[in-house]
Design a protein around this ligand. Structure first.
Ligand code: AKG
Ligand code: FE2
Length: 468
């Protein structure tokens, strides 16, 4: 028995791959590896390169290569190859029947009519890893949240409390969504019965809702396709709009002054268990609320100046690289992440709404099939943050129509001046005070440099290590 609450990795059960392919390490205790004995000259390539080369083939070519040997058969079955083929195919844009895997969907095969050759002597991490990641149990990562990390939960909150205390703090509100007219009425099944033939956006594809739900209910992808639709209000003839209200505590949303020049602000989100969002900050320093209408989500968040482990941010913050899938990040980094001061974690259940303060990093994973609504906004107390972002991080601004809006900062300032001059003045003064503080601090550092000939932050002892 392990009682280290953070040691999630020990509880991962190893599942057999559907073709019995195994991780590369097993080759050491086996007489031969099909990737070396049955792939011809391909055996000279690393597994990832073989997959990359196969990525150039059409479905017929891929099947033909797969028919040449058992080893190549194993490589030809990699689901990511078939996913790309399907997404590029005309069928993906029209009607299709989801068959449970990308390969079967491309070939329009039922599960029972697809041949399956067992490959117990094929040892390949590249082939085994995506399957393994699709099976990693989420339970150990999303439970036993350390006390100091637990997200604040309130049954309700006043606008006054939000503005004075909580606009820069993640929290869950447990009541307001339960009063929405649409709560309990909308489930992904009721939505399919009404809007099944309407196409919704899921990453790079537009699928009829009924096709997406068929996919969602019967797939085993490492990173399931996630439905994220910005036009759900129009697509549901405003019926969904009538079903929700923004909790009063969030108050005024200053991005409203942008009118039709505003970037997209609200989305319907639908996905199966294990789908979700990898680490990011919301655009343009906006805050957000995220209401779970059905299902359940696990959130892990970090303050603005504390990028999560495994996420790399360029110095000017304009580029963020988070190369890992959610499951890979959980397996590789969750344990250490949880121990970093400032880390906030929580579960948001159906009927609850979560506040993401502007600038906070967040990763979200659905622990059940989930339907959610989310909206970005600029509340009074985060107005300085939005102004600062639009002014100082121009290359990271997103969502504006650059044909129409050449200078989002100037437009926002102008519209604020017209509609909320008092609020704008206060926000500008707050920014000025912040810059002045910074300047004084910088002067202090400069002074110190001047007097000691080399001031630097660091630990006493003059050790050269990179640790900080
Ligand atoms: O529900 C989710 O997956 C989170 C969505 C999110 O973070 C976003 O819309 O920015
Ligand atoms: Fe987000």
């Amino acid at each position: 028995m392990h009682d280290d609450v953070n040691d999630a990795s020990v509880e991962i059960e190893i599942q057999p791959h559907p073709l019995l392919i195994k991780p590369s390490g097993n080759a050491f205790t086996s007489e031969s590896n099909l990737r070396d004995t049955s792939c011809g000259l391909f055996a000279l390539f690393p597994d990832e390169l073989i997959l990359q080369v196969l990525g150039y083939l059409s479905e017929d070519e891929l099947n033909a290569v797969g028919a040449t040997s058992k080893g190549m058969y194993g490589f030809s079955r990699a689901e990511e190859l078939w996913k790309s083929l399907f997404i590029e195919s005309p069928a993906c844009k029209e009607h299709f029947t989801w068959r449970g895997t990308w390969r079967r969907t491309v070939l329009n095969l039922s599960e029972t009519s697809e041949a399956r050759i067992a490959l117990p002597n094929l040892f390949s991490d590249a082939l085994y890893r995506p399957f393994h990641m699709s099976q990693v149990p989420l339970g150990p990562f999303v439970s036993r949240i350390p006390l100091q990390n637990q997200i604040l939960r309130f049954s309700d909150m006043s606008a006054e409390e939000f503005n004075t205390k909580y606009s820069n703090t993640p929290f869950v509100l447990t009541s307001p969504v339960k009063d929405w007219p649409g709560f309990g009425e909308w489930t992904y099944k009721t939505l399919v019965s009404k809007y099944g033939d309407i196409k919704f956006r899921a990453e790079s594809v537009d699928w009829r809702l009924r096709d997406y739900v068929a996919y969602m209910e019967n797939q085993s992808d490492e990173s399931p396709l996630y439905l994220f639709d910005r036009a759900f209000v129009e697509k549901t003839n405003s019926e969904m709009e009538a079903g929700f209200t923004v909790p009063d505590c969030f108050g005024k949303d200053f991005f409203e002054v942008l009118g039709s020049d505003r970037p997209d602000r609200r989305w319907m989100i639908l996905g199966p268990e294990r789908s979700g969002s990898t680490f990011h900050k919301d655009p343009n320093a906006t805050s957000a609320w995220n209401a779970v209408v059905e299902g359940e989500k696990y959130w892990i968040m970090f303050p603005p100046d504390s990028p999560p482990p495994g996420v790399f941010v360029s110095e000017d913050q304009s580029e963020v690289t988070s190369p890992l899938s959610i499951a890979e990040w959980l397996v590789g980094f969750h344990k250490v992440a949880r121990r970093i001061p400032g880390c906030v974690e929580g579960i948001c259940k159906a009927g609850e709404i979560l506040h993401v303060p502007s600038g906070w990093w967040h990763l979200v994973v659905n622990t059940q099939p989930s339907l959610a609504l989310t909206q970005n906004f600029v509340p009074t107390t985060r107005l300085p943050a939005a102004l600062e972002f639009l002014d100082k991080q121009r290359h990271s601004i997103s969502g504006f129509n650059c044909e129409r809006v050449k200078d989002p900062y100037a437009l926002f300032v102008q519209r604020m001046e017209e509609q909320y001059p008092g609020e704008l003045k206060k926000a500008m003064e707050a920014l000025e005070a912040k810059y002045n503080r910074k300047t004084k601090w910088e002067m202090l550092v400069e002074d110190k440099k001047g007097s000691s000939g080399g001031f630097s932050f660091g630990f006493a002892g003059g050790d050269d290590s990179d640790d900080d």
